[in-house]
Design a protein around this ligand. Structure first.
Ligand code: SAH
Ligand code: SF4
Ligand code: F3S
Length: 448
């Protein structure tokens, strides 16, 4: 530990946690905020400078890292505290895990670096920083971080619950196995307890999270081995919990029981995010995805057989090293065959330390741009078609915020579409609407 350039004078009074990247980071960000609040700090007002800023970072693609450094610069520049003081900056999340030492060297205004498995130690690290030191913690201890966190108390109507962390799949382009470590499943009883607290605190919907959420395994109250379907079944028995979702799944971990659950559990929403990445078997092999186009499509067929109205979602990477025009065309064919309700698509980004980064035949930026545009046009076409096909349906909307117009509300359909409607409602209500019109990114509903 060495002295930062201008140490904060006291323990911070206000904090702000800013999360980037995946929903697991959003969950971790909430837990860090709860942890800091339990130390007596208060969340800074929106737009106000905070004494402590936690940047909860993502390392998945290149620009994400650069964003961290520009954010650090902006926080320092905008600081309006007493002369001679500085904001305390903590870098958390996956960039902290991957590049902690580099951050400490390159950004002297950062005084805390904490990885995703160590953030329960944030309070002591903040104390070190307040005393003029710097603290780094990027170990991945097997010890339970979760046990050291305060119990859940309040929740938004739609809550996240991390059930599984880490990844053992080692797709050749991906940093997650390095930043989040090996796959671990949180114990069944801990999850049931946390879900119960979230529901008591206001959650109507819970989304179970994991980098490979469907690889979750545990033992139920009777000591029987259960998979994610068993956990979902148990949570669904809580009468005050209305909706359950889960994300992100790997095609190879879609078990028969989990597929069957989609046809059996009403509270399990008709939505499945199942990334495929590419539509060419040669590319999938080079990516080490361990599924083929055909095995992926077979999983989708089986889910559709038990839940015909399921909305499908996916992730795609264009321009993986060596991807030919013909192989990219296979991705477009796969998209045509599936008809996704929504999807995320990315240009391949070489990540240091991953096997793909040193593969031959990297694709030029121009080719990647062109492929991404074509793919996104196809995905956009399909999501609009999915929304248009929803017009005429009657469904429940979980209201999550006010709209821009007076009397307007926004919420989510069972198929995770944004729906706006006019009328009497409150955040957290499940209201019944008729879907009457489809726009490019949302639908209009009319209260029943
Ligand atoms: N565990 C999940 C999500 C991983 S990260 C899964 O396996 O599906 C989310 C998405 O980011 C991935 O699905 C992939 O599409 C994208 N991604 C990961 N690494 C990438 C890279 N190096 N370049 C571009 N996109 C990447
Ligand atoms: Fe990354 Fe692959 Fe693991 Fe997903 S399954 S987190 S893409 S290594
Ligand atoms: Fe990003 Fe880490 Fe999530 S790299 S996508 S924040 S697991």
């Amino acid at each position: 530990m060495s002295a930062p350039t201008s140490p904060p004078k006291d323990l911070p009074k206000t904090f702000h946690v800013k999360s980037f990247g995946c929903q697991m980071n959003v969950y971790d960000g909430e837990r860090m905020a709860e942890l800091l609040a339990a130390q007596g700090m208060t969340a800074a007002e929106a737009g106000a400078n905070a004494d402590l800023v936690v940047l909860n970072t993502c390392h998945i693609r290149e620009r994400a890292t650069e964003k961290v450094y520009s954010d650090i610069g902006r926080i320092v520049k905008n600081w309006d505290g007493e002369a001679g003081t500085a904001p305390m900056i903590a870098v958390a999340g996956c960039v902290a895990q991957a590049e902690g030492e580099e951050i400490m060297a390159r950004a002297p205004s950062v005084s805390v670096v904490v990885g995703p498995q160590a953030y329960h130690r944030l309070p002591e690290m903040v104390a070190t920083a307040a005393a003029g030191g710097r603290a780094t913690e990027t170990d991945m201890p097997a010890e339970a971080k979760f046990a050291a966190l305060p119990k859940r108390r309040k929740s938004a109507p739609s809550a996240f619950l991390t059930v599984q962390e880490g990844c053992d799949k080692f797709c050749t382009y991906c940093v997650v196995p390095y930043t989040r470590g090996a796959e671990i499943s949180r114990p069944f009883s801990d999850l049931v307890e946390e879900a119960t607290l979230l529901v008591a605190g206001g959650a109507v919907e819970i989304t179970l999270l994991g980098q490979n959420v469907n690889a979750w395994m545990g033992e139920d109250h009777k000591g029987r081995a259960v998979g994610l379907d068993g956990l979902i079944r148990t949570l669904a028995a809580n009468p005050d919990l209305q909706r359950i979702r889960y994300t992100t799944s790997h095609p190879n971990d879609m078990t028969d029981a989990l597929i069957a659950a989609h046809g059996e559990i009403d509270k399990l929403m008709p939505f499945l995010h199942l990334p495929v990445q590419a539509g060419s078997d040669r590319v999938l092999k080079a990516m080490n995805r361990s599924h083929s186009v055909e095995s992926y499509l077979r999983v989708l067929d089986r889910v559709r057989a038990v839940r015909p109205d399921i909305a499908l979602s996916g992730d795609f990477i264009v321009g993986f090293p060596g991807e030919t025009d013909a192989e990219f065309a296979e991705t477009l064919r796969l998209v045509d065959a599936v008809g996704y309700a929504q999807a995320f698509s990315f240009k391949y980004s070489a990540r240091p330390g991953t096997p793909a980064a040193t593969m031959a035949d990297h694709i030029s930026a121009e080719v990647m741009d062109e492929r991404l545009q074509r793919l996104q046009a196809a995905l956009q076409r399909d999501s609009q078609a999915f929304n248009a096909a929803s017009v005429g349906k009657r469904c429940h909307i979980l209201v999550d915020r006010r709209g821009k117009l007076v009397g307007q509300w926004l919420g989510k359909s069972p198929w995770l579409q944004s729906v706006h409607f006019m009328g009497d409602a409150a955040i957290g209500d499940l209201v019944e609407v008729d879907l009457i019109e489809a726009g490019p990114n949302s639908l209009t509903g009319r209260l029943v």
